[in-house]
Ligand binder design. Structure first.
Ligand code: UD1
Ligand code: CA
Length: 490
């Protein structure tokens, strides 16, 4: 094991801790703060991604409120991170949370530990890299990132001594009026050696206004031991804004959205109304797309070149091929849409929909786990679930795959170049071959061979002149059951 050496840049191991156990009282929510959505994903996902990019081993996340959900969100954000999750049983403060995390770092680990708060989702990976190398270069026992704010609000104040050395962090609620006037604040990113942390965390006591174990007391503890503390003053305060309230969440959402939109527009995407374009940071949009008003594109969606989205759409984790046209009112989730498709207006493409390309999915069509071949169309009022449909097939108006028997879902297969007549029901499991014609109004119960015509019509009967006789039998009454005199019939 390499002994810790402040000049040693390469080879010093790094572990990291993210504190995310709190409920976030100021959010006034039953949901843990770090699970609230920001830019289309939980707050914790963004924090985790930035820190995981440094490659810490391990990356310990302290969880408490909604522990399972927070863990799942972190894992989803950084599937390759070397995670450990520890539960903080009682939310007794950031110092207590950090102490519980240290127990999850193997005894043999003797490197540096980065500690961060889960509610700081805007920090950039380059900033953290610079912080790490600066900490190692300066050889401090403890480093933290500070910023200067015009309004230091409720952040912890960085108190310096006469020589300008960092002396303490004082929480706003514990600060004297003079300390409250200090504009340099603690962002909540710390670096120290494992050895320092093991010793110093044990000394934190809850002697303060909040009766909490403050992680920030590490600074005074280091000073009392005569150890060097460095505050690395960053010039990018926006990166370190913490989210404590719904108002701060909404403000950050707007900032992120503006930044994403500006980047997209610079890259050749038209946003008809940027104020109502809600596009996640992980989304890729190619040049010459036109995105209309009131559109949400979330998750890991990819939108090809020249795609037109008319407006009022909700898209998550979708891949949309070049030149597709999404008409007003499309909802699509976990779908792959090939090039040159025309979708909507008012279409619902659910998870597992795969369109090969040149497809038309028209108004009031719902698809789910449906693999649809090139050129196939379903233009109106259909449900296509658990279906495999070939190429160049026409699915008529009102066609329904009857996929559910109350216990299991069953599959429908339809071949290439079929004409499936209007109002057909296909009772799955069932297979329709290639080049099949299905007459309108048919209920398909059994497989249909290639090239056949399927129909289940009763012969149509006719009674000439019947209508006139019907009205005659009802003479004196109007059609809603009232007598012509206006009195209710029984
Ligand atoms: C903290 C700092 C403050 C700093 C600010 C930066 C302390 C005492 N104060 O204040 O100096 O300016 O962040 O944003 O650290 N958490 C736990 N367990 C707990 C308490 C908190 O896991 O027992 C987690 C929370 O879930 C949250 C993070 O730690 O993600 C920070 O806690 P929060 O209450 O938001 O601290 P602040 O009051 O913002
Ligand atoms: Ca906070």
């Amino acid at each position: 094991m390499a002994r810790y050496n402040s000049n040693q840049q390469v080879g010093t191991a790094l572990a990291a801790i993210i504190l995310a156990a709190g409920l976030g009282t100021r959010m006034r929510s039953a949901q843990a703060k770090v699970l609230h959505a920001l830019g289309g994903e939980p707050i914790i996902a963004r924090t985790t991604r930035a820190i995981a990019a440094l490659g810490p081993r391990p990356l310990v996340v302290v969880v408490g409120h909604q522990a399972r959900e927070v863990e799942a969100a972190a894992r989803r954000a950084s599937p390759h991170a070397d995670f450990r999750f520890t539960i903080q049983e009682h939310i007794r403060g950031t110092g207590d949370a950090a102490r519980s995390a240290m127990a999850a770092i193997p005894k043999s680990f003797d490197g540096d530990v980065l500690i961060a708060y889960g509610d700081m989702p805007r920090v950039r990976i380059d900033t953290l890299r610079a912080f790490l190398s600066e900490h190692r270069r300066r050889g401090a026992a403890l480093s933290l990132i500070s910023v200067t704010l015009d309004d230091p609000a409720e952040y912890g104040r960085v108190v310096r001594d006469a020589a300008g050395a960092v002396d303490a962090i004082v929480e706003a609620k514990d600060a004297s009026p003079a300390q409250r006037a200090i504009r340099e604040i603690n962002t909540g990113f710390y670096l120290a050696s494992r050895r320092f942390l093991d010793a110093a965390l044990a000394e934190i006591t809850p002697e303060n206004a909040a009766r909490e174990y403050y992680l920030t007391d590490l600074v005074a503890i280091a000073r009392a031991r005569g150890a060097k503390v460095e505050a690395w003053l960053s010039d990018a305060p926006a990166e370190f804004a913490g989210i404590n309230s719904r108002k701060e969440l909404a403000e950050m959402e707007a900032e992120i959205r503006q930044a994403v939109n500006a980047k997209l527009m610079a890259a050749g995407v038209t946003l008809v109304d940027p104020a109502t374009a809600y596009i996640g940071e992980q989304v890729e949009v190619r040049a010459d797309c036109v995105i209309g008003p009131n559109v949400q594109v979330l998750g890991k969606s990819r939108i090809g070149a020249g795609v037109r989205i008319e407006g009022t759409a909700w898209l998550r984790d979708v891949t949309i091929g070049d030149r597709c046209h999404l008409k007003l009112g499309v909802r699509a989730e976990e779908c792959v849409i090939g090039p040159d498709c025309e979708i909507g207006p008012f279409a619902n493409l659910r998870a597992g929909t795969e369109l090969e390309g040149q497809n038309r999915i028209g108004n009031f069509v719902e698809t789910k786990k449906a693999r649809i071949g090139r050129g196939t169309k379903a233009s109106h009022l259909s449900y296509l679930g658990d279906a495999i449909i070939g190429r160049e097939t026409n699915v008529g108006c009102g066609v329904i795959t009857v996929n559910y028997d109350g216990y299991d879902k069953h599959q429908t297969q339809i071949g290439d170049r079929c004409m499936v007549g209007c109002d057909t029901q296909l009772v799955a499991p069932v297979k329709v071959g290639n080049d099949v014609y299905v007459a309108a109004g048919t209920t398909i119960l059994r497989d249909v061979a290639d090239g056949a015509l399927a129909m289940s019509h009763h012969p149509q009967r006719l009674k000439a002149g019947w209508t006139a006789g019907w009205h005659k039998r009802h003479q004196g009454r109007d059609r809603d059951g009232k007598s012509a005199a206006g009195t209710e019939e029984d």
